[in-house]
Write a protein that binds this ligand. Structure first.
Ligand code: 5AD
Ligand code: SF4
Length: 442
C-alpha cells in the first residue's frame, strides 16, 4: 500500500499522460496466477473501459497489452517471459503499440531485468495499480484498494476483497514482499459492497484475501463477517485460509449456514512438523488434522482442498513420508501441489539442502497419485445423488455447462441454463477431478 491512507481515493497528482486519444483503441488484459490477480484485473478492466478502450481477447488486435502477473513460482515468470517475447514480435510488426506489466512480478526485483530485456512501457507493482489510470489517459486515479469500487453489479458472481497483504513470513513465499502487510477492510465497507452487488443481481459472493480468515476489524473477526455476509448473499465462499487463523466456529458455520458453500481451501504445505517449523507456518500437523476433523464433522459431504510444496530445501525422505501420511488421513478432495521454486529475497532461496530435481519429481508424483486416489474414491460416493447445481459457466459447443454443488464439487452437466441459475440433476459418474451429471430434471 502507498503511504496514502488506503481507504480514500487519492487525487491526481500529475497531469494525465496526454496521449493521442483519437480513434478507436483496444486493450487486452492477460491474467496470471491467483484469485487476487483475477480480481485486480477486474479493476484494471474498469479503468481501461473508463478510458474508452474496447477490450479484445487477442494480442494481435490490441493497441495496449496489460500483463497482470504472478511471481509465486519460477514457472509463472517463465510463462510471462514467453508472452513478452511474443509481444516483442507483434510490436515489430506494428500491431501491439504499448505493453504494461503489473502485478506481483512488477513489485519484485525481477521486473528491472525484464524491463531491460523486453520492450515494456510501464511496470507497476500491486500497490500502485492506480498509476495505470494515468497511463491510459484517465483524468482521475484511485488507490487500487478502495471500498467504494464500482462493483461488478449484474454479474452472477463477484469477488469481494476483504483484506490484502499478509503478516506471515513463510520461508519460501514472496507474497509479503510484493503485497505488503495485512490491511483489513472495514466491516461496513464489505457489507455495503455485498448489499449493492446482491441488489444488482449477484448470486455468488467470494470473499478474497491472501489469509482471508485472518481478517479482523474493531473487535470483529472473520467468522462474524462471514456470518453477516451469509445472511445477505444467496451463495458465499471464501479463499484462501491459513490454518493458524481458522477458528472452529468458522468451520461449524460452513456446515450450519445454508448459503455457505461447503468447500474449504486450507493450505497445509507439508505434513512434517520439522518442515512446518522451517517454513514458519506456525502450526503442527496434528493441529491441522484436528481442524480437518472439525470440518468433516461439520460438513461430512463437503470438499476440502489444500496446497502442498514438495522439495523445500532440507526436505528429507522422512518428511515426505509424513506428508503422504497426512494426505492419506485428510483424504483431500483436491490439491495444488507445487515443486519448490526459489524466489529471490525469500529465506528459503538461500537455505542449504536443495533437493535434486529427480527426487522432487518422484515426490511430486507420489503426492499427486495419493491425492487423486482419495479424490476419486470420495467422488465415487457422490454417484447416484441428486444435486442442486449452481451453473458457473454456461454450456459450450459440446452442450456441457460447468456447475458447482452445495458441497463444492465441480460438475459437468448437459444444460443450456444460464450462468447464475440452478438446475437439479443426478450424478451419473465421477472422475478424480469432476462429477458428471445426467439431464437436469429442472
Ligand atoms: N515454491 C513453490 N510453491 C510455492 N508457493 C508459494 N511460494 C512457493 C515457492 N516459492 C505455493 C504455496 C502457496 C501457493 C499459493 O503457492 O503452496 O500456498
Ligand atoms: Fe505466503 Fe505464508 Fe502469507 Fe500464505 S501465509 S501468503 S504462504 S507468507
Amino acid at each position: 500500500m502507498s503511504s496514502t491512507t488506503p481507504m480514500t481515493p487519492i487525487p491526481l497528482s500529475r497531469k494525465p499522460a496526454g496521449q493521442d486519444l483519437s480513434g478507436p483503441r483496444t486493450a487486452c488484459i492477460r491474467t496470471f496466477g491467483c484469485q487476487m490477480n483475477v480480481h485486480d484485473s477486474d479493476r484494471i478492466r474498469r479503468m481501461i473501459q473508463d478510458a474508452g478502450y474496447a477490450e479484445v481477447q487477442r494480442y494481435e488486435d490490441a493497441d495496449l497489452v496489460i500483463l497482470n502477473t504472478c511471481y509465486v513460482r519460477e514457472n509463472a515468470v517463465d510463462r510471462v517471459r514467453g508472452h513478452l517475447g511474443e509481444l516483442g514480435r507483434l510490436r515489430r510488426e506494428g500491431r501491439v503499440k504499448r505493453v504494461a506489466l503489473t502485478g506481483c512480478i512488477g513489485a519484485a526485483q525481477e521486473s528491472a531485468a525484464l524491463k531491460r530485456t523486453y520492450d515494456i512501457d510501464l511496470v507497476l507493482g500491486t500497490h500502485n495499480t492506480y498509476e495505470l489510470a494515468e497511463f491510459v489517459g484517465l483524468p482521475t486515479m484511485r488507490e487500487t484498494y478502495t471500498p467504494e469500487l464500482p462493483g461488478t453489479e449484474g454479474e452472477h458472481n463477484a469477488f469481494v476483497t476483504i483484506m490484502t497483504g499478509c503478516n506471515y513470513q513463510c520461508s519460501y513465499c514472496i507474497v509479503p514482499t510484493v503485497r505488503g502487510r495485512m490491511i483489513c477492510r472495514p466491516m461496513e465497507g464489505v457489507i455495503g459492497e455485498v448489499e449493492r452487488l446482491v441488489a444488482g443481481g449477484t448470486e455468488y459472493i467470494t470473499l478474497l484475501g491472501q489469509t482471508v480468515d485472518a481478517w479482523r476489524y474493531e473487535g470483529k473477526r472473520f467468522c462474524d463477517l462471514l456470518e453477516a455476509v451469509s445472511q445477505i448473499a444467496p451463495r458465499v465462499w471464501f479463499t484462501t485460509s491459513h490454518p493458524s487463523n481458522m477458528e472452529d466456529r468458522t468451520l461449524r458455520a460452513i456446515g450450519e449456514r445454508d448459503t455457505i458453500v461447503e468447500r474449504l481451501h486450507l493450505p497445509v504445505q507439508s505434513g512434517s512438523d520439522r518442515m512446518l517449523k522451517v517454513m514458519h507456518r506456525g502450526y503442527k500437523a496434528e493441529r491441522y488434522r484436528r481442524k480437518i476433523e472439525v470440518f468433516r464433522e461439520a460438513a461430512p459431504d463437503g470438499t476440502l482442498s489444500t496446497d502442498i510444496i514438495v522439495g523445500h530445501p532440507g526436505e528429507t525422505e522422512e518428511d515426505h513420508e509424513k506428508t503422504l501420511e497426512l494426505v492419506e488421513d485428510c483424504a483431500f478432495d483436491s490439491a495444488y501441489i507445487f515443486k519448490f521454486s526459489p524466489r529471490r529475497g525469500t529465506e528459503a532461496a538461500t537455505m542449504p539442502g536443495a533437493v535434486p530435481d529427480a527426487i522432487v519429481q518422484r515426490r511430486f508424483l507420489e503426492v499427486l497419485r495419493q491425492i487423486e486416489r482419495n479424490a476419486f474414491q470420495r467422488n465415487q460416493r457422490k454417484v447416484g445423488d441428486v444435486e442442486e447445481i449452481y451453473i458457473r459457466h454456461g454450456s459450450t459447443e459440446d452442450g456441457k455447462a460447468i456447475g458447482e454443488t452445495w458441497s463444492g464439487h465441480a460438475v459437468h452437466v448437459r444444460t443450456d441454463a444460464a450462468p447464475g441459475t440452478y438446475v437439479k440433476a443426478r450424478i451419473e459418474s465421477a472422475g478424480p477431478h469432476v462429477l458428471y451429471a445426467g439431464e437436469p430434471s429442472r
